[in-house]
Write a protein that binds this ligand. Sequence first.
Ligand code: ZN
Length: 320
Amino acid sequence: MRQFELDTQPPRVAPVSQQHYLRQGGSEAIVYQLSETGCSSGVRVGERVFNGFPIGEVGTNTFVALFALAHDQAASEEDVKLWAEDRAGNRTEAGFWIRINSQKFRSRRIEVSDRFIESVVPEILLNTPEIVQQDSSLDTFLVINRDLRRANNQKISEVSLDSRPELLWLEPFLQLSKSKVEAVFADHRSYFYQGRQVDEQTHLGFDLASYAQSPVEASNSGVVAFADYHGIYGNMVMVDHGLGLFSLYAHLSSIAVEPGQMVNRGESLGRTGATGLAGGDHLHFSMVLQGVQVNPLEWWDVAWVRTHLFNKLPAGSGFD
Ligand SMILES: [Zn+2]
């Protein structure tokens, strides 16, 4: 008689880190352990699934997962779980200590002038063959602001799902040198044309203004994941920092890097500009975590990164 080994036991998953605080539009990290090898695992926030990555010494089955709550996502603390699934498809979930804080975001009024439309629409049409010119230039602008924005954000999410399985950085994230903040993460924008509201959208990043065509420094070390023209974002670069975390740089006048290229923190990725849907020379900067655009303020904050990520990592992983 042949012996069949049938695995019907789901893996066990248990938190190691103690406290987790997640803000709407923000990020968080958890360290956890699995009872078996060869599982996929991570954190589920409502319907969104985030993958964890092994850390620490081999054989300890210790993992870290970075996860996020989207700016427009409603999730209760009971809806955030560790999950693990073995090769036989046995799946389990486990709760952990977490507090979710809702955030208030700003509202801003944007005046759409014919001059603005004429300055941005032709370039985007030229570089984006799938956008069909409408009867009026306002309608073409609205197709770009709605449909192209949605498609561009979808692509950004997809790029951010393919990440290196290790932390590629050990220093704080940089904000563009000598820049002034002109817009912040998740500003709710109402668009007015000749006194009439024509659209509303959410701005998923920071607008940072410096002098024209200033060098755009890589916010941290990583690998270039995207470097191309990208609709409303104009010339855009995305850098993979590992564990699902990416930084994004948009409206560049020129791109100086190629996909697959390693970049060091502070290294030039190109120059600021006004390509895509930009009224003037500035850098649109954003952070993306496994499909979700998140608030860069947390990642720029050294104390936040220490408390929420580095202090949770086990000794021996090189970050203590
Ligand atoms: Zn922007």
